[in-house]
Design a protein around this ligand. Structure first.
Ligand SMILES: Nc1nc2c(c(=O)[nH]1)N[C@H]1C(S)=C(S)[C@@H](COP(=O)(O)O)O[C@H]1N2
Ligand SMILES: [Mo]
Length: 173
């Protein structure tokens, strides 16, 4: 052994600390694409934002109807509040009503929302980017930041772990 235990320990801690910092930097979400003011928020900035609380629920897959597990109540920021901070584009009158939002996870998993769904139906009142579960902070290992659409019939598809960001696209026929 070249290194004694005491010499190796600080080095190992430094490495762990650096990895932790890198992962903490990873815990940001970006709102990009067709927004007026694209932005990036850290998990801590999310925690400082006004938030809502969802009820506990059963996580169930759409494809298989498989019951996955019970999930305690999430607390998080409404997706539509974040979208309003980034600002909808309306270059031509009515463009904003044709905007879709793609929620993309770090593993490439992606789901969509429409402007009407978020701003003109009750679903939007219950789509949140969660940073807490059962009154405990969610860590990156728990899947934070995690997007969840609480009004969905089968919740698993739009229960997006490790959300990387929201991409806005004004779509045309
Ligand atoms: N980031 C990410 N989130 C995801 C998925 C995924 O592949 N990636 N799959 C979804 C689907 S279809 C299901 S059924 C559940 C699976 O949850 P589990 O991995 O905790 O069992 O996660 C949902 N959230
Ligand atoms: Mo699923």
């Amino acid at each position: 052994m070249e290194h004694s235990g005491t010499a190796a320990a600080p080095h190992a801690n430094d490495t762990a600390q650096r990895e932790h910092e890198l992962r903490a930097q990873d815990a940001t979400i970006s709102l990009t694409g067709d927004f007026q003011r694209p932005l990036t928020l850290t998990l801590n900035q999310l925690r400082a934002h006004a938030s809502v609380r969802a009820d506990p629920f059963d996580l169930r897959c759409f494809t298989t109807n498989r019951f996955i597990r019970k999930v305690d109540s999430y607390r998080g920021v409404l997706l539509k509040d974040l979208i309003e901070v980034a600002g909808l584009r309306n270059d031509r009158p009515g463009d904003f009503k044709r905007t879709i939002f793609i929620a993309v996870a770090h593993d490439g998993y992606a789901v969509t929302f429409s402007w009407h769904e978020l701003f003109n139906t009750p679903i939007g009142e219950r789509v949140l980017v969660a940073f807490e579960r059962g009154d405990m902070p969610l860590s990156i290992d728990d899947g934070a930041p995690l997007l969840f659409s609480a009004a969905d019939i089968l919740p698993a598809p739009r229960h997006v772990k490790r959300l990387a960001g929201i991409v806005a696209r004004v779509v045309a026929p």
